[in-house]
Design a protein around this ligand. Structure first.
Ligand code: BES
Ligand code: ZN
Length: 850
């Protein structure tokens, strides 16, 4: 967070203004004398002039620090202090800077820098949190070797690197300050070891509060599988003798990849069958992998500046999605990723917050840890791999790892490695990093005497600051089927490079049915004239599992849109297609569950808006209900059998197969609940021995408005488990009927267990409100007003989380004049609030300026 005082003009930083640091750091020695409100931090930093620098200004970042003393080579530094940092006269030769500052972890509710969570000290330094610990060149292109001493009565004291004993730590790998970490508290560990590919033994630990020791085994197993996978797939070995993970209850994000000391939101690491759902297990496995993979993509090779964030995040998300695909089901993972991409990134790309994967300017970097940088950033890596092929991809990665080890790099450095191994010019490809907006690709087909031609036309709509777009290179995977559903042309990558680009397929007996953008090979919006019969045909026959699902999704979207705009009844062709999916014994149950999920209310709202129709959230809600009711009726004879067949016997296992059966069984349960008044769901709720079954049953009951009793029992049963109670808070709001969500959320803020300083709890209530489309957009505007009230309150304590949650308003221009006026009012009210942080101010300003 920047200086929060209203007088300070927000400072916009530009990629084009990058200059190398004036001084580099060799070594850093830190001593922490821990105290809740008066921690002393002593620093001794060896600086030397950077030969590549153009100026010699000695400037150190520092915010909310009380300076006790500062010296240069033992003499008073005569430092000039501002709200943002320190300047001093420094020699044009190597020198030692020493300082002592005082900070107050206990009162640090922003959860950035050194703070306290449940009596435990911990840090979060990415992106610019180290400057709240001491004066330092807090930029990722300054890398130093850290030695840390922690003084305090806490039984466990941890920092990066190797344990020298007595609270002293040494990290041999030079690192930027954002990877620094410190933890101290009354913790216990779940230990294990891992033998690396070169035969070194690494000590592994997951550190938790005493009561959580029974929730560590799964995370540890996921860590070891991640370590093995990175050796096997990318040839990357771990590089310290010790790897520590710590679970923290109060944490803004999911987790953080600090060198040798990853810090996790407890929700992103603690798992047990009784308290975690299958979705939780999958997420925990992915986050552990993600943070571990950063050791190479992020830590050994880091970012030159924060504009290059996708260099580590997009790549690491790509790597963790490869891992999940390998460990579980590639088809299911791809479908899940595309659902999330559309829900978060397409939404962002199509609104006021649209920005390139590599932004060109920012005010607050914390606001750029976005779906675009992460998810679209990962898609860009996937496209690169598709375009150059697997072999060249891994060769390029190897070159990147060897050439840039120990450096702070740019996207140019990354791409140069692939240009070098392939001899290919990636200039046009680079537009994916610099141009915002989701390309729309229109498809036309032609058939003549054995030749089938697909003509694609690309168009990327204007985004803030970018009116005109150049054509991008788009890898579109295409396969062709005949009328019998047999593949007559295997998948081919059509490399689109122009605005209009035609691709011919020859030697065909009859006009084929195309399957376009297989595997979602490019993150585009495909505009093709496809009738519902063709969609149903592809849902039944496409050999590409992603497009098989996609056809069903397009069908569902079309059915819902016609229900909303034409008051149509649910299309029989859709119901028949679903029935066929349900009966197809060759399909993976997890796939069936995904094929039955209907597009979200937000998806439908977006699709309506794109088609020139103002979405009515109430109508979308009612349509979804009607459609699901129709599906339940159409399936009524089959549901009990599906439900029975999908029961998993024996001890709980979170593996993909068992999870898939539970998912499909619970789809059947939720449909059954619409027919049986909740009898089956109540039985499942009462007999469940794992959270997936218990929570699914509760959700089905709440959706059918017969869940109050179960909900109370659930709350009583789990009152001592914070992570489960988060679920309970979220369920009330997510499953509140139509426009009851704002009142429900408001009532929950008065619940004794509501705690706005815990980001998980705040998100449980208000994330659920924002995600309940009909509820958030209640016609009386109470959803908007409530969220604005609470974001203003939260902003005073935790600007980063408040700013992130303001994206609930990013779609305001889609809606009718009344709703737009009320959302504008809410945004203006936040903007005018006194002492608003720079974080939230930047967000509401950008949203309003659409
Ligand atoms: N480096 C980030 C954590 C982070 C994000 C720190 C924003 C500071 C500001 C970490 O690697 C990360 O990306 N975590 C994700 C989870 C991941 C699986 C995408 C998160 O925390 O949500
Ligand atoms: Zn990350």
């Amino acid at each position: 967070m920047k200086d929060a005082s209203p007088a300070a003009a927000p400072l916009e930083i530009f990629l084009s203004d990058y200059t190398p640091p004036a001084y580099l750091v060799d070594t850093v020695e830190l001593v922490f004398k821990l105290h809740p409100t008066a921690t002393r931090v002593l620093s001794k930093i060896a600086f030397r002039p950077n030969p590549e620098a153009t100026d010699r200004t000695f400037y150190l970042h520092g915010e909310q620090l009380k300076l006790i003393s500062a010296t240069i080579d033992g003499k008073d530094a005569n430092a000039k202090i501002t709200d943002l940092g320190l300047t001093a006269q420094a020699p044009d030769a190597p020198f030692v800077f020493e300082a002592e500052v005082e900070i107050s972890p206990q009162t640090n509710t922003a959860l950035e820098g050194l703070y306290m969570s449940n009596g435990m000290y911990c840090t979060q330094c990415e992106a610019e949190g180290f400057r709240k610990i001491t004066y330092y060149p807090d930029r990722p292109d300054v890398m130093g070797v850290f030695t840390v001493t922690i003084e305090g009565s806490e039984p466990v004291k941890l920092s990066n690197g190797n344990d020298l004993g007595g609270g002293k730590w040494h990290d041999p790998w030079p690192k930027p300050a954002y990877l620094f970490a410190l933890v101290a508290g009354d913790l216990v560990n779940h230990p294990d070891t891992f033998n690396t590919m070169s035969g070194k033994q690494v000590e592994l630990n997951i550190w938790v509060r005493k009561g959580d020791l029974n929730k560590c085994a799964f995370g540890m197993d996921a860590l070891k599988r991640s370590m093995k996978w990175d050796e096997e797939v990318y040839g990357r070995e771990y590089d310290l003798d010790l790897f520590n993970i710590v679970a923290v209850d109060d944490f803004n994000m999911g987790a953080m990849e600090n060198k040798g000391l990853n810090i996790f939101n407890s929700s992103a690491v603690l798992a047990s069958p009784e308290t975690s759902t299958d979705a939780n297990f999958e997420r925990i496995e992915a986050i552990i992998a993600h943070e571990y993979f950063h050791n190479w993509t992020g830590n050994r090779i880091t970012c030159r500046d924060w504009f290059q964030l996708c260099l580590k995040e997009g790549l690491t998300v790509y790597r963790d999605s490869q891992f999940t695909a390998d460990e579980r089901s590639p088809a299911v993972k791809r479908i899940e990723d595309v659902i999330a991409l559309r829900a978060r990134q397409f939404r962002e790309d199509n609104g006021p917050l649209a920005h390139p994967v590599r932004p060109e300017s920012f005010v607050e970097i914390n606001n750029f840890y976005t779906a675009t940088v992460y998810e679209k950033g990962a898609e860009v890596i996937g496209m690169l791999k598709t375009l150059i092929g697997d072999e060249a991809y891994y060769k390029g990665c190897d070159l990147y790892f060897t050439r840039h080890d120990g450096q702070a790099c740019t996207i140019e450095d990354w791409l140069a490695c692939f240009e070098e191994v392939t001899g290919r010019d990636l200039t046009q490809f680079k537009l994916w990093y610099s141009q915002a907006g989701t390309p729309r690709v229109a498809v036309k087909e032609a058939w003549s005497e054995g030749t089938y031609t697909l003509t694609f036309t690309q168009d990327t709509p204007p985004t803030p600051g970018q009116d005109v777009k150049d054509p991008k290179v788009i890898p579109i995977a295409v396969g062709l089927l005949n009328d019998a559903g047999e593949e007559v042309h295997a998948t081919r990558i059509c490399e689109m490079t122009d605005v209009v680009h035609a691709f011919r397929f020859t030697g065909l007996d009859a006009k084929p049915v195309p399957s376009i953008n297989r595997g979602f090979s490019a993150p585009i919006i495909l505009e093709q004239d496809q009738d519902n019969a063709t969609r149903a045909f592809l849902l039944a026959h496409d050999t590409d599992p992603f497009n098989k699902w996609e056809a069903g999704r397009a069908l569902a979207r079309d059915v819902m849109i016609r229900m909303v705009t034409e008051d149509a009844t649910p299309d029989q062709a859709y119901l028949d297609a679903l029935l066929a999916v349900a009966r197809d014994d060759t399909l993976d149950p997890a796939f069936k569950a995904l094929a039955f999920s209907t597009p979200s209310a937000d998806d439908i709202a977006q699709a309506l808006f794109d088609g020139g129709v103002t979405p009515d959230p109430t109508k979308i809600y009612n349509t979804t209900q009607t459609l699901r009711q129709s599906v339940a009726h159409a399936m009524q004879d089959t549901l009990p059998r599906i439900y029975a067949e999908m029961q998993v016997d024996g001890p709980f296992s979170p593996d993909a197969e068992a999870a898939g059966k539970r998912a499909w069984g619970n789809v059947a349960l939720s449909l059954l609940t619409r027919l049986d008044g909740g009898a089956q769901a109540r039985t499942q709720f009462e007999s469940a021995d794992n959270m997936t079954q218990q929570l699914s049953a509760l959700g089905a009951l709440l959706r059918a408005e017969v869940g109050e009793e179960a909900s109370n029992a659930f709350c009583e049963q789990w009152k001592d488990d914070r992570l489960v109670i988060d679920k309970w808070f979220a369920m009330q709001v997510s499953y509140a009927k139509l426009d009851a969500a704002p009142a429900t959320a408001k009532a929950l803020t008065n619940h004794p267990d509501f705690d706005m300083t815990n980001p998980n709890r705040f998100r449980a209530v208000f994330g659920a409100l924002a995600g309940n489309t009909a509820g958030f957009h209640s016609p009386d505007g109470s959803g908007y007003a409530l969220l604005a009230d609470w974001l203003i309150k939260l902003d005073a304590k935790n600007p980063q989380t408040a700013a992130r949650m303001s994206t609930a308003f990013e779609t305001w221009k889609r809606y009718d004049a009344d709703r737009q006026a009320m959302m504008r009012e809410a945004l203006e009210r936040m903007k005018a609030a006194s002492n608003l942080s720079g974080d939230l101010l930047e967000m509401v300003t950008r949203i309003l300026n659409a």
